[in-house]
Ligand binder design. Sequence first.
Ligand code: FMN
Length: 194
Amino acid sequence: MFYRPEDGHGLPHNPFNAIVSPRPIGWISTRGSTGDNLAPYSFFNAVAYVPPQVMFSSTGRKDSLRNIRETAVFAANIVEYAIRERMNLTSGAYPPDTDEFALAGIAKAECETIDCPRVDGAPATLECRMTEIVTLKGDGNFLIIGEVVGIRLRDDCVVNGRFDVTRFNPVARGGYRDYSVVREVFEMIRPGER
Ligand SMILES: Cc1cc2nc3c(=O)[nH]c(=O)nc-3n(C[C@H](O)[C@H](O)[C@H](O)COP(=O)(O)O)c2cc1C
């Protein structure tokens, strides 16, 4: 089949999210005038090495975006399989003053380099200073880009000098209500590499 998004897909559910998948999940923690906030975003990725930068996008004017406009910082916590249900709980449409850490029973700690909460015990946390908020086409689509100024790795996830994802099994988002989990990795050598 082929379709132009502007004409509709004719399927029972939009396939777009299932096409671009699996997507990593940035579990974004922020602090604002109404308190601390935590929510998952799967329009999330790393976008540069030097300096390291990440992005996520908010499809709507959400609490995370509002807090980042206030403070210019955020943290991206990595989600492990064991905590998937709590991650999902934090995605509810709660009032702005809801602390999703408390609501979902997630231990909170302070970031090292920014005034921002983080998920205590996450396999990794990227502490970010917002560099740009790009207004995307459409109604209420925003791309938030941040420079990673502090990186915390959980000690048991660093094995033989490598950050080992098989130690915690990252969860990724698919389309519909689908998720996937990384339990197996394999290596490939790029042309010209030894
Ligand atoms: C796994 C997962 C991924 C999500 N990814 C996004 C996303 O990329 N962008 C977005 O705007 N909302 C996304 N959502 C929905 C937000 O988490 C949800 O709207 C949440 O209430 C936003 O919280 P906030 O208002 O506290 O920022 C996702 C939800 C789940 C469960």
